[in-house]
Design a protein around this ligand. Structure first.
Ligand code: HEC
Length: 490
């Protein structure tokens, strides 16, 4: 081999070398050497489908330096075929400025996964550069219904666009008024899309993901938005799929109406733990809403046990001084005096010496219907292995005042079915059309949402108060010893 300057003629075969490392370096060296007199650009562009991801990564970076349309086509190929690789996706986006049109054309026609990766950044870039032509290129396929029906992907894409505008404090109508007739025509199509979103969201015969996508467009300012609130509020019912309920909660939060907390909390006892968590997050977003939540806790319309420990903590540490203060008073006042008495009367148990074997027997008799330990019992409540490290005082409170702190998934619900059955248990899981109920005897029941007449939280742990009635101080000391005895315990 002769040493000499690195000419295109030397590099061209290297782009087709069998070794991936050679191809990758050749691409990098071609970056500044490609030109009209050689085939470097053309040969490199062929590597868009290279089996080696490092070669494709380098190509994605190199293509950004080239202006010609073949480079744009190769970059679009990389986006569509390799966009699920985050490193390649980031490289493609860093190379986009010279090739925006062809990339947007490819991405708007690609599958959802590819759209999800590229649509937002490309749209943000188009808005930032104030390129209305690119924005319209995005919007045209998004706002064109097939056979009069918009897809979930179209609803999502337009929602992203509206969100991006909202970050610039603009509505689509305002934005379209800055453009030409073609843009205003798109704005009219957008109005039709939102009208369809309203119908789809309310239509129980539509599939869940389409309804959820449609709900993304509700609760925003614009024509017809005044009636969105009541439309959304009726979706907060156990008969409506959980994901639809939660998308409605978010839309109500977005609508930002003064009446929003009232709607969100109106049927609180009927909300599942997952829906409650979404409601809670919405309410925490505004001081006046968080205060409304606390007032309802104060009046007892909501039980403090309905909030997770972490949620109470967020209120206690809220950025608003007023919220923090009210939270402090509300949560201090919620300790059940009857349970406090039981705990006081069992304090002597903390000073007795417990016995593991007797403790195991107490457990089997009183606790094993709901807890499993050492292979004994059923898993209705949590596995108690995790409590071995809890101090005895804390365990005593857990056992004698179970409803003081309850993870939401262990809150008990009453469920009345249209057939007349009454169930009492916890919601083990939620699906679009149904709930799985776990009963205190450890069995489960699948319930169709359409069979639910009413669903109400009891505000209580499924673990009952008053278990101490069957226990002596010595029994409790034995039980504590047994719970804390496991390997790694006391
Ligand atoms: C009817 C069912 C049921 C019975 C009976 C029951 N528990 Fe529970 N237990 C639960 C449920 C559900 C939870 C979770 C919710 C909560 O913390 O209250 C729980 C929680 C606990 C916790 C707190 C766990 C944690 O991770 O902090 C402890 C400790 C506990 N139980 C001990 C006992 C002991 C000891 C007995 C017997 C004296 C008992 N339980 C009887 C259902 C039951």
């Amino acid at each position: 081999m002769v040493w000499g300057p690195l000419t295109p003629a030397l590099l061209e075969p290297a782009l087709g070398d069998v070794a991936a490392g050679v191809r990758r370096h050749a691409v990098r060296l071609a970056e500044t050497r490609a030109g009209t007199g050689n085939r470097l650009g053309e040969l490199a562009a062929r590597l868009a489908d290279d089996p080696d991801p490092q070669v494709r990564l380098q190509l994605a970076l190199t293509l950004g330096a080239w202006q010609d349309s073949a480079a744009g086509v190769a970059l679009a190929r990389l986006a569509v075929n390799s966009g699920s690789d985050p490193a390649i996706a980031a490289a493609v986006l860093s190379s986009v400025v010279n090739h925006a049109e062809v990339l947007i054309a490819a991405v708007t026609q690609a599958n959802n996964e590819v759209r999800e990766v590229f649509a937002d950044p490309l749209l943000d870039m188009s808005l930032a550069l104030d390129r209305r032509d690119l924005v319209m290129q995005f919007l045209r396929p998004t706002l064109a219904p097939a056979d009069g029906h918009f897809t979930a992907g179209q609803f999502h894409a337009f929602t992203h666009f509206v969100d991006a505008l909202a970050r610039k404090k603009l509505s689509f109508i305002e934005y379209s008024e800055t453009g030409d007739e073609k843009l205003r025509e798109l704005a009219r199509q957008a109005v039709a899309m939102v009208a369809q979103a309203r119908r789809v969201a309310a239509d129980a015969t539509q599939v869940v993901n389409l309804r959820v996508a449609a709900l993304g467009l509700l609760g925003r300012s614009g024509a017809g938005s005044a009636t969105d609130i009541s439309r959304l509020a009726v979706l907060l019912q156990p008969s409506v799929p959980g994901e639809v309920q939660r998308a409605a909660v978010q839309a109500l939060g977005r609508a930002g109406d003064a009446a929003t907390p009232g709607w969100l909390l109106a049927d609180w006892p009927a909300h599942s733990p997952a829906t409650r968590a979404t409601v809670f997050n919405s309410l925490l977003g505004r001081e006046s809403w968080a205060l409304e939540l606390l007032r309802r806790l104060e009046r007892g319309q909501i039980a403090s046990v309905d909030l997770e420990v972490a949620q109470r903590d967020r209120l206690l540490k809220h950025s608003s001084e007023k919220v923090r203060q009210l939270a402090g008073t509300v949560f201090a006042a919620t300790i059940n005096p009857d349970r406090q008495k039981a705990i006081a009367s069992f304090q002597p148990a903390l000073f007795l010496t417990g016995d593991v074997t007797r403790g195991r027997a107490v457990f089997a008799k009183t606790c094993a219907t709901c807890h499993q330990l050492d292979g004994v019992g059923r898993e209705v409540g949590p596995n108690l292995i995790s409590v071995k490290a809890h101090p005895p005082e804390k365990l005593l409170t857990s056992i004698l005042d179970p409803s003081r702190e309850v993870e939401p998934r262990y809150l008990a619900y009453n469920c009345e079915l249209t057939g007349g059955d009454e169930l009492y248990g916890i919601i083990a899981s939620e699906t679009g059309n149904g709930l799985v109920f776990k009963l205190p005897d450890g069995t489960t029941r699948n319930i169709l949402r359409s069979d639910i007449k009413s669903l109400r939280s009891t505000k209580l742990s499924l673990m009952p108060d008053g278990l101490e009635a069957a226990l002596t101080h010595q029994d409790l000391a034995d039980l504590l010893r047994y719970l804390r005895h496991q390997p790694g315990g006391e």
